[in-house]
Ligand binder design. Structure first.
Ligand code: SIN
Length: 531
C-alpha cells in the first residue's frame, strides 16, 4: 500500500476518471488509472458539443443553475447544481489558463456557442465539433506529466470487497498489470449504459458494467428510468450535434414541414426531451421513416459547415450525404444516462471506499433531463471532488445511510420471475453472445424507448427476465436493462426524458421520491470473493 496518502484506483479514462486521478494524485495519493481501452476511446472523446460554463460577464453560475434546474424538470438536487455551475466555471477558467484548447473568435476571444435550453450562449467548443477529443487529449497530456500510473487495456471484471468494504479491482486480464489491483479507495468513472440500446451515440464500452459492479458491491442506484435520447442522430448512429441547431439548422418531417414550431416556442432549441419526443412522434406517424435535420439554410447564409463542424461533415460525407445541399435523415438515439450509482457531492456511495463520478454516477445534477453540454462539466467538477475525497483519510466515513433513503425501492437484478416458454428459453440458450446482447437491446428499444407505456414496459421486463437467467455477460446486461425498465414502470407520470403514453402529464406528487434499487451484497456468485 501507499507510502503517502493511500492508493486510489480510478476505473475509467474519460473526463471524470482523468479528473479524479489528477485530483487524487494532487491530494497525495498513489493513483492507478485503469481503462479498458485507451485514454482517447471514451464517451468524452466522442463528445461533439462542448463544455457549458458561466464564465462571461453577462452570465453567472446562478443563471446557469436556473437553466440546469429548468431542464431537469423538478428532479435536480439544487445543492449539486450549485456546485456544478460554480465550481464548473472555476474549473473551465483553470483549463483555459493551463492552455487547454478552445475555439476563439477572429478577435482572439473565447467563442460562445448556444445549445438548447440555455438562456444565453455559454458553450465552449474545441476543434469545432471535436470538443471532447481535444479535452481528452489535454487531460491525457496532464496524466502523462503526473505520477498517475495509467494502465490502458485494463478492463475491470468486478470490484473486490472484504467485509462490505471495497478493497480493490479485479481485472479481466492478468497481463494488464496483475489480476487484482488493491486500493484504499476505488473511484468508478466507467460511463453510461447507452449501448444497452441498439440505436445510440455511445462508444462500444458504454454497457453499464461499472454501474452493475457497484450494485453487486451493495451500492444504491437511482433514477435509472431517465435515459436521455439525442434527437438528431443518423439512423446508423452518427451524432449531429445540438450546436448545429444552435447555429440555425431546423427539423422537418418527410414532407418538409418544420414540426417543432407547433410544439414549443423555442422550436429546435427547446430542451432535448421535447425535441426528441416530437421527433419520435413524427417518425411514428411516418411509419418509422426518419425525420430530417435541414442545415442547407446555414450553408446558403455562408456558414462553412465543413470548417465549423468537421467531424460531422466527414461522417456525413462517408455516408454519401452532402448536408450543404440536402437534409440529413435523423432519429432519436440513446445518449446519456441521468441515473446511476447514487453519490453524495463528493462522489461517495453508501459502500465504504467506493466512489463514483461522471455518467455512471447519479449526483442529482441532471434531474430528469440533462442540460446540453453539462456532462463534460460534471466530469471535471465531480471527478475532481471524488478524487480528492478518495485520497482523504476520512474517505471511508459513511456519508449517507442507504437504509435511510425513503424513496420508492424495488427489486434488483435477478428478482424477476424468469418466466417464458420452454421453446423461447431453449432458443435463448442456443443463441450466441452477440445475439443475446441484441435481444437485450431489442427489448429496451421496443419497450423502454422515447415513448413508453405500462404494457410495453412490462413486456420488456418479461423479455429481459428470460435473458437475465443466464450466467454470461448478456445476462448481466439484461439484469441492468431490466432495472431501467422496472424504474420506468414505477414512474407513472411523464417528466423530462421519461415519457409515458399512458401517463402523459407530470404528477407533482412524484417530484420527490426517486426510484432506487438497493444493491445486494448477498449475490455471492456475482461478486468477487474477498481477497
Ligand atoms: C451534442 O453535441 O449535441 C451533444 C452535447 C451534449 O450531449 O451535451
Amino acid at each position: 500500500m501507499s507510502a503517502r496518502n493511500g492508493t486510489v484506483a480510478v476505473v475509467g479514462g474519460g473526463v471524470a476518471g482523468a479528473s479524479a486521478a489528477l485530483a487524487a494524485a494532487a491530494a497525495g495519493a498513489d493513483v492507478v488509472l485503469l481503462t479498458a481501452t485507451t485514454l482517447l476511446d471514451s464517451a468524452t472523446a466522442c463528445a461533439q458539443g462542448g463544455v457549458a460554463a458561466a464564465i462571461w460577464p453577462d452570465d453567472s453560475p446562478e443563471r446557469h443553475a436556473r437553466d440546469t434546474i429548468a431542464a431537469g424538470a423538478g428532479l435536480c438536487d439544487p445543492a449539486a447544481v450549485e456546485v456544478l455551475t460554480r465550481e464548473g466555471a472555476e474549473a473551465v477558467r483553470a483549463l483555459v489558463a493551463a492552455g487547454a484548447e478552445f475555439d476563439r473568435t477572429d478577435d482572439g476571444d473565447l467563442a460562445r456557442g448556444l445549445e438548447a435550453a440555455h438562456s444565453l450562449p455559454r458553450i465552449l467548443h474545441a476543434g469545432g465539433d471535436a470538443s471532447g477529443l481535444r479535452l481528452a487529449e489535454f487531460l491525457a497530456g496532464r496524466l502523462a506529466d503526473s505520477a498517475v500510473d495509467v494502465r490502458e487495456g485494463a478492463r475491470m471484471r468486478d470490484l473486490v470487497r472484504r467485509d462490505g468494504t471495497v478493497t480493490g479491482v479485479r481485472l479481466d486480464d492478468a497481463t494488464a498489470g496483475g489480476a487484482v489491483v488493491d486500493a484504499d479507495a476505488v473511484v468508478l468513472a466507467t460511463g453510461g449504459l447507452g449501448r444497452l440500446y441498439p440505436a445510440t451515440s455511445n462508444p462500444a464500452g458504454a454497457l453499464g458494467d461499472g454501474i452493475l459492479a457497484a450494485w453487486r458491491a451493495g451500492a444504491v442506484l437511482a433514477d435509472l428510468e431517465f435515459v436521455q435520447f439525442h434527437p438528431t442522430t443518423t439512423p446508423d448512429g452518427l451524432l449531429v450535434s445540438e450546436a448545429v441547431r444552435g447555429a440555425g439548422a431546423v427539423l422537418r418531417d418527410e414532407r418538409g414541414r418544420r414540426y417543432l414550431t407547433d410544439v414549443d416556442p423555442r422550436a429546435e432549441l427547446a430542451p432535448r426531451d421535447v425535441v426528441a419526443a416530437a421527433t419520435a412522434t413524427v417518425i411514428r406517424e411516418q411509419a418509422g421513416r426518419p425525420a430530417y435535420l435541414d442545415a442547407t439554410g446555414l450553408a446558403v447564409s455562408g456558414v462553412e459547415l465543413a470548417a465549423r463542424f468537421p467531424t460531422i461533415h466527414r461522417g456525413l460525407a462517408a455516408r454519401g450525404i452532402d448536408w450543404r445541399t440536402e437534409p440529413v435523415p435523423v432519429a432519436p438515439a440513446a445518449h446519456f444516462a441521468m441515473g446511476g450509482v447514487r453519490t453524495d457531492l463528493d462522489g461517495r456511495t453508501n459502500v465504504p471506499r467506493l466512489l463514483a463520478a461522471g455518467e455512471c454516477a447519479r449526483t442529482g445534477v441532471h434531474g430528469a433531463n440533462r442540460l446540453a453540454s453539462n456532462s463534460l462539466l460534471e466530469g471535471l467538477v465531480f471527478g475532481a471532488r471524488a478524487g480528492r475525497a478518495a485520497a482523504r483519510p476520512a474517505r471511508d466515513a459513511p456519508v449517507w445511510d442507504a437504509t435511510e433513503v425513503d424513496d420508492a425501492a424495488f427489486d434488483g437484478p435477478g428478482a424477476g420471475s424468469g418466466g417464458g416458454s420452454g421453446r423461447a428459453l431453449a432458443a435463448l440458450e442456443r443463441a450466441t453472445a452477440a445475439q443475446r446482447l441484441a435481444a437485450v437491446q431489442a427489448a429496451l428499444r421496443d419497450g423502454v424507448g422515447v415513448e413508453r407505456d405500462a404494457d410495453g414496459l412490462r413486456a420488456a421486463v418479461a423479455r429481459l427476465d428470460r435473458i437475465s437467467l443466464g450466467r454470461d455477460a448478456a445476462a448481466e446486461r439484461a439484469a441492468l436493462a431490466r432495472l431501467v425498465a422496472i424504474a420506468a414502470d414505477h414512474r407513472t407520470e411523464s417528466r423530462g426524458a421519461h415519457r409515458r403514453r399512458d401517463h402523459p402529464d407530470t404528477d407533482v406528487t412524484l417530484a420527490t421520491p426517486h426510484a432506487v434499487v438497493r444493491g445486494r451484497t448477498n449475490q455471492g456468485a456475482a461478486c468477487s470473493p474477498a481477497a
